[in-house]
Design a protein. Sequence first.
Length: 184
Amino acid sequence: MKYLIFILIFFYPLNIFASSKQLIKNKLEETDNISFKFIQKIGKKTEQGECIISYPKKIFCKYDDIYNKVLVSNGKSLVINSKKITNYLRYQLKDTPLDLILDKKFLLDKLDNIEIIRENDETFSFEIIHNNNLLNIFFDKDSYDIKGWTTTDVYLNTVETKLLNIETNKMIDKKLFRVQNYIN
């Protein structure tokens, strides 16, 4: 009987780890797109808005601000435009941390190699270090949906993004991701 209790106490946490990891993978594999509201913190500045991610590597975000800020990626380029800037900003997606976040296959591959998944009352999380980028990704503990991430932007600022009101696999208009629509 002592051995049975020892085995249960010793191996039970490993089973929780394996099952949560697999459940996160299953949820990510079945997700084609995600719609959500977000709160983003960069230093002391906080922004919010709504986004749609369509795998692989497409995102459209409309910020709730007076400048009508928009962030969009077609999978190759990332464009940021608003009334506040005179010209739009354009980056190669591969040069930004979003390249990793928007790549479902990359995330699934990394999940296979992750040894430690952290856990708190609300989320599971894991770290990825890739090409000198540190990325922390959070998943909801109940639904296993992606819940947010922490990265460093091109200006070396820490960026914390929290997702709210998450909906998956909605019908979306693919024209939304045409960067040409957002270039002045």
